[in-house]
Design a protein around this ligand. Structure first.
Ligand code: PMP
Ligand code: GLU
Length: 388
């Protein structure tokens, strides 16, 4: 007898998480690793957010809350979505989850049956296809092109649809490519989805991290018809450097929000109570820390872009958001896992192989790490690339 369920047996563990912990373990052993692995801000959580959680703990906020989160937080999120994202959601349409990863999983579980197809532009964030497979549905990939800044066009989306399509995943700003869709591009995709009543899962976790004059747009804000098909997902991990707090949220049409609430009532129950009070403070507080963090990422981004473009046998696009470079290594003739393994063992540089994102001719470099580490890591990376 097989112990593990068929739908689960073929899933792969998250490579983004395992590379990050491998690099951390090497560093603890005293090995001088330069890690471009982590998709995790290297800044601390702002003090006023920590203080609010500590105060909540001391005030006895140590019990269960409503499954979907405390009323003040859901209200704060509805206000944020109205003001920042121009989407009107009632607080009842919002469910606070244990991280945006959990939000994505809940949304897929709530909406997709076995046999449904979910369209995913590729390269994609590593967890989407596995979440889709875990519920017995099927990922359908749309291969995007570096020449088009790795963005899926409305036409490519339309061509990938079948009678079984239930959902499309949109992730802008994008992990791993750094691409940010324009309002026009999102409108075109939204209109195609609306013409066939396809649900849109819009993962906006990197919303606050955009560069130059690039603007983030929420697809759900573009028309009522599109909003009625959209599950907007966001969270606190990236913008407020709160990865370990595990707080994300879904904002969705009421029947989907109710289904997510039901799932959560039988799985995790509410997200950690005192953490929710930190999140209330994050939304209500000053956002100057976010601006400081983004300017720091921007300095690293510009430095890395110049260095990577000067190497010769690798290429990349200029990322407009998030904190990643997807570097095309096709000309080296080495596949991504082999490339990343050799780079780690010979040069002590940790990266994530592109295969984790559905693109075996690339590797991902995160710049959520300090400039001195980036400089040293790129010296080693350049030496490695030039030798191939
Ligand atoms: N979506 C994307 C695109 C991500 O890169 C991440 C990174 N962790 C998540 C969702 C999940 O974030 P969280 O830490 O809030 O679960
Ligand atoms: N999302 C981050 C990354 O892509 C963190 C790891 C994870 O959640 O998979 O590296």
């Amino acid at each position: 007898m097989e112990f593990v369920a068929e739908t689960i047996a073929d899933l792969s563990p998250s490579l983004t998480l395992s590379i990050t912990s491998q690099a951390k373990a090497m560093r603890e052993e005293g090995i001088d690793v330069c890690s471009f692995g982590a998709g995790e801000p290297d800044f601390d959580t702002p003090q006023h957010i920590k203080a609010a959680a500590i105060e909540a703990l001391q005030d006895g906020q140590t019990k269960y809350t409503a499954v979907a989160g405390v009323a003040a937080l859901r209200k704060g999120i509805a206000k944020k979505l109205r003001e920042d994202n121009h989407i009107n959601y009632e607080p009842e349409q919002i469910v606070v989850n244990c991280g945006a990863k959990h939000s994505c999983f809940n949304a897929i579980l709530a909406c997709c049956d076995a046999g449904d197809e979910v369209i995913i532009p590729s390269p994609y964030w590593t967890s989407y296809p596995e979440m889709v497979r875990a519920v017995g549905a099927e990922p359908v990939f749309v291969e995007t092109r570096q020449e088009n800044d790795w963005k899926m066009t409305a036409e490519e989306f339309d061509n990938a649809m079948s009678g079984s399509t239930k959902m499309v995943i949109v992730n802008s700003p994008n992990n791993p490519t750094g691409a940010v869709y324009t309002k026009e591009e999102l409108t075109a995709i939204g209109e195609v989805a609306a013409s066939e009543d396809i649900l849109i899962l819009s993962d906006e976790i990197y919303e606050k991290i955009t560069y130059d004059d690039t603007e983030h747009h929420s697809i759900g804000s573009l028309s009522d018809e599109i909003r009625n098909l959209t599950i907007t997902i966001n969270g606190f991990s990236k913008a407020y450097s709160m990865t370990g707090w595990r707080l994300g949220y879904t904002a969705a049409p009421q029947e989907i929000a109710d289904a997510i609430d039901t799932i959560q009532s039988h799985s995790t129950s509410n997200p950690t109570t005192f953490a929710q009070y930190g999140a209330i403070a994050a939304l209500a507080g000053e956002h100057s820390e976010i601006i400081d963090m983004v300017s720091e990422y921007d300095i690293r981004r510009q430095y890395m872009l110049n260095r990577i473009q000067a190497i010769g046998n690798v290429s990349t696009i200029e990322p407009k958001g998030a904190f990643y470079f997807l570097v095309n290594i096709e000309k080296t003739g080495i596949k991504s896992v082999n490339f990343a393994e050799k780079l780690l063992s010979r040069m002590q540089v940790a990266t994530v192989p592109g295969i984790a994102f559905g693109h075996d001719q690339s590797i991902r470099l995160s710049y959520a790490t300090s400039l001195p580490i980036i400089k040293e890591g790129l010296d080693r990376f350049e030496e490695f690339c030039k030798a191939h």
